[in-house]
Design a protein around this ligand. Structure first.
Ligand SMILES: Cc1cc2nc3c(=O)[nH]c(=O)nc-3n(C[C@H](O)[C@H](O)[C@H](O)COP(=O)(O)O)c2cc1C
Length: 343
């Protein structure tokens, strides 16, 4: 008699049928929670056999469309988190942006937190990260070479520049921008030969900023959109004593990844061959694979989706936790690719 995993197939069938009868009452959808973004088309694909599917992104090779968004470094906990994340990048062929490498401009004591290329391997994209304020200061001191040295020391493929005027404003020890971030970005692009990515940290970018960025020779626009972790809010929570609630409405402004997806498409249509930016990292408030899948499918430019908080939660627990999350997310993503079409 045939059996599956050592269990008699008749017994197994009986168990399953009993469970179906018991659980049917709790399995009523009644239209609630229907994801109306997708058409479901079950006829035209076999079940996907593997989650790995190599494609070129930022001049490197990724095996799956997930980007580890820029987060941390500079603490003991960050060392563990970063190594868990980099290990997952190596296993699944994902790209990764480092958290702000500012501390490395001061000295090399925390270098091991960020030294992830040996863990990640050389296949997938791996980017260093600095904020506008640090870059402004380096430009003023004629020290942009330090950025080139930093990227070289990390064996990174390039630099992510984070644009964060609200975060700096809310941060008690925050920096003041002396010039428009656009000027700083242009100066950096003028100086360096490696690819540059521009991102926000939880408010996203509006239509004029998107149009301006798409016309720059940047390697990618990383949304850092509104809807997930918000650094204005985070800084407010860090320092509730001196926090001025008059500022509060600023926290709740910005653009979601869904809105930015539409704004990018509109800008591409408007700008035509003036568009120089070649890739998008959809990030900020991406709760799960289906948010990422939706935006990637909709975008008129090659894209991957990035997550910070959802990966942080798991990577700070253990490698198994983050591994399991990514594995399951990718399995579900491949199912979506096979059977869902955006409306
Ligand atoms: C703990 C933590 C630290 C972060 N540090 C940085 C950073 O140093 N540089 C940066 O560009 N973004 C940083 N971010 C912002 C993320 O890259 C991302 O844009 C933002 O968290 C929104 O994504 P999420 O909603 O998936 O968390 C950080 C996010 C988290 C959660």
């Amino acid at each position: 008699m045939s059996s599956v995993k050592g269990v008699n197939i008749i017994e197994q069938g009986e168990e399953r049928k009993s469970a179906h009868i018991e659980l049917a009452a709790n399995s009523q959808t009644a239209g609630n929670g229907l994801d109306r973004r997708f058409n479901y088309e079950p006829l035209f694909a076999a079940h996907p056999s593997t989650v790995a599917r190599p494609f070129s992104f930022l001049g490197k090779t990724m095996q799956a469309p997930i980007w580890v968004s820029s987060m941390t470094g500079g603490t003991e906990a960050a060392y563990k988190i970063n190594h868990n994340l980099a290990r997952a990048c190596a296993e699944f062929g994902l790209g990764m942006g480092l958290g702000s490498c500012r501390v490395l401009l001061e000295g090399s004591e925390r270098f091991p937190d960020f030294d992830l290329r040996p863990v990640m391997g050389n296949e997938a994209p791996f980017f260093a990260n600095l904020g506008i304020a640090q870059l402004e200061e380096l430009i003023d001191n004629n020290e942009l070479q330090k950025v080139v040295d930093l990227v070289g020391a990390l064996q990174a493929d390039g630099l992510i520049v984070h644009v964060n005027p609200f975060q700096e404003f809310f941060q008690p020890e925050g920096d003041i921008f002396k010039r428009a971030p656009m000027e700083t970005i242009l100066a950096v692009l003028d100086h360096v030969k490696f690819p540059v990515i521009v991102k926000e940290v939880g408010q996203g970018f509006g239509p004029q900023s998107i149009e301006a960025l798409l016309q720059l020779p940047i390697a990618a626009l990383d949304f850092g959109a509104y809807g997930g972790t918000n650094f204005s809010l985070l800084e407010r929570l860090r320092d509730s004593n001196s926090y001025n609630e008059i500022y509060e409405p600023l926290v709740y402004t910005g653009h979601t990844a869904f809105e930015m997806t539409d704004l990018v498409n509109a800008a591409i249509e408007k700008l035509g061959d003036k568009v120089q930016c070649k890739h998008i990292i959809v990030s900020g408030g991406i709760k799960n694979f289906s948010d990422g899948f939706y935006c990637i499918q909709k975008l008129q430019m090659p894209a991957v989706y990035g997550q910070a908080y959802e990966l942080l939660k798991r990577a700070s627990q253990s490698y198994e936790d983050v591994r399991n999350y990514i594995q399951k997310s990718l399995e579900a993503y491949r199912m979506a690719e096979a059977y869902l079409r955006i409306k």
